[in-house]
Design a protein around this ligand. Structure first.
Ligand code: ZN
Length: 301
């Protein structure tokens, strides 16, 4: 008898990267307490094989408000999940360079020197070509003293996350005045997974659909589904960020879609204080560790 699971002739069993990540993300979601009542939808959604079907499948799942996530981290974390893998430090810059990363909120592995505090003297000794860090950590560096211009520094990477400050235009100018090099923004997730990066054209942030799915509320607020974080699995997170999505080819030559005019949603204050530069992931881990002993019951919504 033909097995129910036997493959349809002619269909390739190989999944592309986006489909593979989509499946493992939904699989991880099915394991966390928050999604226990949506298991059927998650199971059905796993079979979506293209971007459009995935986007549509997400519409059957709830939007998670950022305030709610911060308040209930423990509901989005699978108990058995081990610590996430460190991010490859070399992804902080698109080509080989001597990189220093200052106060990131995520664990950075090989390829970059990690500085836990923004200290100019230590940085000078390391003589980086690229300095990466959250926008406020870079600003702290800029005000820490005079940076000698006769060094090998040629760029900075400003890290932005959900719930961390974005680099303002005036801060970009201040960094230019203090360091004399351009700044490029990267949007990353709670585990440091890379969502989008600014290119040399400084015209939006390019993203790869295999890493992240962006949807938009009618208000313009970005809803984010990370396909690279199975430690804190949250789908359709309302980011409190707004942006438009540009699919036309960029001046830099890349054809990948871009987030344009990324900015914080104004008007609605968060009830739960946003963590600043040091560490959203550290906070997430700490909060879920203290909350992990609670029964995984869903609060009434
Ligand atoms: Zn570009």
């Amino acid at each position: 008898m033909r097995s129910f699971w036997s493959r349809i002739r002619g269909k390739s069993p190989g999944l592309d990267k986006a489909s593979e990540r989509w499946r493992s993300t939904l699989g991880a979601a099915a394991q966390v307490p928050y999604y226990s009542r949506w298991k059927k939808e998650l199971h059905r959604a796993q079979h979506a094989t293209d971007a459009e079907a995935r986007s549509e499948a997400l519409l059957r799942l709830p939007v998670v408000e950022l305030d709610y996530l911060f308040q209930h981290f423990y509901l989005f974390r699978e108990k058995a999940t081990v610590a996430g893998k460190p991010q490859d430090g070399s992804s902080l810059w698109p080509c080989e360079a001597r990189i220093a990363v200052v106060s990131p909120w995520f664990h950075v592995g090989g390829g970059a020197k990690l500085l836990l505090k923004p200290e100019l003297e230590e940085l000078r000794r390391f003589a980086p070509e690229v300095i990466a860090g959250p926008a406020d950590a870079l600003e702290a560096l800029a005000t820490a003293g005079d940076w000698q211009q006769d060094n090998c520094l040629f760029a900075m990477t400003a890290l932005a996350g959900v719930g961390t400050p974005l680099l303002s235009q005036s801060a970009r100018l201040r960094l230019w005045r203090a360091f004399g090099v351009p700044v490029y923004v990267q949007l990353r997730g709670f585990q440091g997974e890379l969502f989008a990066r600014e290119c040399e054209a400084h015209n939006g942030l390019h993203f790869d659909a295999a890493n992240v799915i962006f949807q938009r509320r009618p208000s313009g607020e970005l809803l984010l589904t990370s396909l690279g974080n199975t430690r804190h699995t949250v789908l359709r997170l309302a980011t409190r960020l707004e942006a438009s999505i540009e699919t036309r080819i960029c001046d830099c030559g890349l054809s990948s879609p871009r987030l344009m005019n990324l900015q914080a949603v104004t008007g609605r204050a968060l009830e739960h204080a946003l963590p600043s530069a040091p560490s959203l992931t550290a906070l997430a881990a700490a909060v879920s560790d203290t909350q992990g002993t609670r029964a995984g019951r869903l609060p009434s919504r």
